[in-house]
Structure formats: structure tokens, C-alpha cells
Design a protein around this ligand. Structure first.
Ligand code: C5P
Length: 222
């Protein structure tokens, strides 16, 4: 059992970017490749968990997980998660969810007639915060991609969203983060933290999965 500490644990994990349609041919997106999330989903499954992966659009090969649900928009990801949130023990939000979406996608392709175009955007629901605010929430793990004051913003996010753990990474630098094969993480919980130095995302995912398992067990022992 020591090698598979998450045996019987039901995991729900979001990964990848979301796409917010502007019209039938265009969308607002972001640079998330989904790689970290897919690697983490596999690493958690390897530790014995039963992982349901809710994936935004990616070009990655299919990961070895129990179940996979493909979604496109933040609202679709939100409903896919909420429909399953009551039946999971551990929720891991690695997805780069769009903060805003166009109010109403245009029915037909937007024409380039005007010199300037204003887009009206509305806030998307915060999936992670909503799961963490449920009456008996699963153990929640979030991510924080920051360009500066990484630890401070991440700890604030941990408290504000009511999470059990947060994995923070420094983005926008030379190495690591979005569109990179490597990453480094500062993992933070209420009364502790650990640095996972720059390494290949597959290895990093294994180390993070082991740390999540450790904190998860500690949480349930308490
Ligand atoms: O607040 P911020 O977007 O920086 O928080 C990032 C964390 O919240 C990530 O774990 C991300 O997956 C999650 N998130 C979410 N739904 C959103 C926005 C972020 O689940 N609408």
C-alpha cells in the first residue's frame, strides 16, 4: 500500500486551456499546453487513485487515466466538474480557465468593417473556489501561475479560495511554465511549504503527486 497510497481515492482533475468562442470560427484562448495536468493525472493514477480528467483542448496523447471528459469552454468545464464534485475525494485544478468570456458569441463570422472593435466580456465562474466552498468539500489543490511575488500571491489564493494546497509557479521567465517542458513549483499549505526545483514536467508531476498523497493522508488522519 505504501507504493499506492491513493488506492480507492476518487480524483477529479481539470487540465489544459479553455476556449471562449467569439463567433463560429474564432475564440479567446491561452498558452496552456495541458502537459503538467496530464502528467499529474497519470502520476496520481499510478499512486492508486481513480482519476477523472476534465480536459480542455490540447494536442497531447491520451493519458492513462480511468476516465476522460473533453470540454471546450469554461462553462462546459464548470458543469462537467459540478456534476461530479459530490463524488470525489480529491479535486485538482490545473486548468488555465479563461477569466472572462464574450457575453454572447456572434451567430455569424464577425466582419472587419470597423477600424476598431470592442469586445464585451463577462466573468466566468471560479470552478476551484466553488468546489472548495461546497458543504463537505473534497481535498482541494489549486495552481497559481504568477509573474511576480509568487509566494505571497499563492498564499493569499490558498486562504481566499479556501484550499488545502496550492502549487505556485513562476511564469514569464526564460525557463519553466507555459509552453515549456520543465517547471519548478513552490507548494504551499496552511502550515508548511516545499520547493520542487526546476525539472522535467513528468518527474515534477510524480513528486507533486507524492506530496499531494502525503498531505491528503495527513488531512484524513487529523
Ligand atoms: O485565481 P486564479 O485564476 O489565478 O487561480 C488559479 C487556480 O484556480 C487554478 O488552480 C485554476 O485551475 C483555478 N481556476 C478555476 N476556475 C477559474 C479560474 C481559475 O478553477 N475560473
Amino acid at each position: 500500500l505504501a507504493a499506492r497510497p491513493l488506492t480507492g481515492v476518487r480524483v477529479l482533475l481539470t487540465a489544459g486551456p479553455t476556449r471562449e468562442p467569439l463567433d463560429p470560427v474564432r475564440f479567446l484562448g491561452n498558452r496552456s499546453s495541458g502537459r503538467m495536468g496530464f502528467a499529474l493525472a497519470e502520476a496520481l493514477e499510478t499512486l492508486g487513485a481513480r482519476v477523472t480528467l476534465i480536459a480542455g483542448p490540447t494536442a497531447l496523447p491520451a493519458p492513462r487515466v480511468a476516465e476522460r471528459i473533453d470540454v471546450e469552454t469554461a462553462l462546459e468545464m464548470h458543469s462537467a466538474v459540478m456534476a461530479r464534485a459530490a463524488d470525489c475525494d480529491l479535486f485538482v485544478a490545473t486548468a488555465a480557465v479563461a477569466d472572462y468570456r464574450p457575453v454572447e458569441p456572434a451567430e455569424n463570422k464577425i466582419k472587419k468593417n470597423a477600424d476598431a472593435l470592442t469586445l464585451h466580456l463577462v466573468r466566468n465562474p471560479d470552478i476551484l473556489a466553488e468546489v472548495a466552498a461546497r458543504p463537505s468539500p473534497p481535498f482541494t489543490v489549486g495552481f497559481a501561475a504568477e509573474t511576480d511575488r509568487v509566494e505571497e500571491y499563492a498564499r493569499d489564493k490558498l486562504t481566499r479560495k479556501g484550499l488545502n494546497m496550492i502549487a505556485a509557479n513562476h511564469v514569464g521567465g526564460e525557463r519553466g511554465g507555459f509552453e515549456r517542458a520543465e517547471n519548478a513549483l513552490t507548494v504551499i499549505w496552511r502550515n508548511g511549504q516545499r520547493e520542487l526545483p526546476m525539472m522535467d514536467k513528468t518527474r515534477l508531476a510524480r513528486e507533486l503527486a507524492a506530496l499531494i498523497a502525503e498531505r491528503y493522508q495527513e488531512h484524513h488522519a487529523a
